[in-house]
Design a protein around this ligand. Sequence first.
Ligand code: SAM
Ligand code: SF4
Length: 328
Amino acid sequence: MITDSYGRIINYLRLAVTDRCNLRCTYCMPKNGLDWLPRKELMTYEEMLRICSLLVKMGVEKIRITGGEPFVRKDLMPFLQELSAINGLQELTLTTNGLLTAPFVPELKGLGIKTVNLSLDTLDERRFRQISRRDGLDKVLKTLETLLLFGIAVKINAVVMADHNIEDIIPLARLTKTHPISVRFIEEMPFNGGSHTVSLKWDYLRILQHIREHFPDMQKVSDTPHATSFNYHIPGHQGNIGIIAAYSRTFCGSCNRLRITPTGVLRTCLYDAGILNLKDVMRNNGSDEDLHKRVTDAILKKPSDGWEAQQLLAQQKLEHQSMATIGG
Ligand code: SAM
Ligand code: SF4
């Protein structure tokens, strides 16, 4: 079991397998994308498997694969297969934009994947194009349908942006009437690779108030331990609604997460700068004991919350990157 200096048990890893993506979401990256990382700077699948196996031995129970868009990286499925076989790993899951995902759903099911997070900020084709700067809503909806057909639980992630998709909040919430899914509205965070400044006009309270105005009988339901979302249910609906105060950072006190970026940087907080490059340790012939010790030391320095992490970032004069280089 790994515990940080505040007594939080760390048992959840989010692993970003690539920074590349087939969308250019406005809240995530600039219009022309990012300067993609050279391939040799990315961790290899072998390196990822090594570090994941070690972290599972140390107490990680759940791994989420993210990116960039995970399905853009070649040979993802054989990697997921090996990952799912790690002894002691209790849950493997992933976050995807759904463009390339549908054909892989039967294989995901075969690997024992029970839940997938699917990003979907609008049900309107024109706004989909405005937000993601690409076409593809039909493919995302196909992925949703296929996941449900194969009995994989779906959590929709919708980032709420003042000038882009406020009119989508209610149609997305209504999806829970006809679909047994969780639709989660996420406050926009300042991780867009410098494309714009985020002034949070729609925080979790305003999002909640807006949904309540349309569904006054919406009820609070209990939140699972370590949940990042406040959860609600509209009577008569099959699914639930969640609101994630990602910018307001209401959930840091029960944070159980670690992140590893595509280049192998361990981040103990979404808002920190990354304090340990695991890939470099491995490429410099570091032993498992070295890795174990360095990870333990890093976790002991995990900041108390995202505000403290952000302050440290500012002191180092470092800026927020694109979410595609962190994994969300
Ligand atoms: N490409 C995949 C996708 O979009 O689902 C996985 C990577 S993406 C970086 C992971 C999650 O981060 C997505 O649900 C996305 O909506 C969310 N995200 C990206 N940028 C964000 C931002 N600036 N604020 C809040 N959430 C963000
Ligand atoms: Fe790509 Fe996901 Fe970022 Fe959108 S949020 S640009 S889909 S990595």
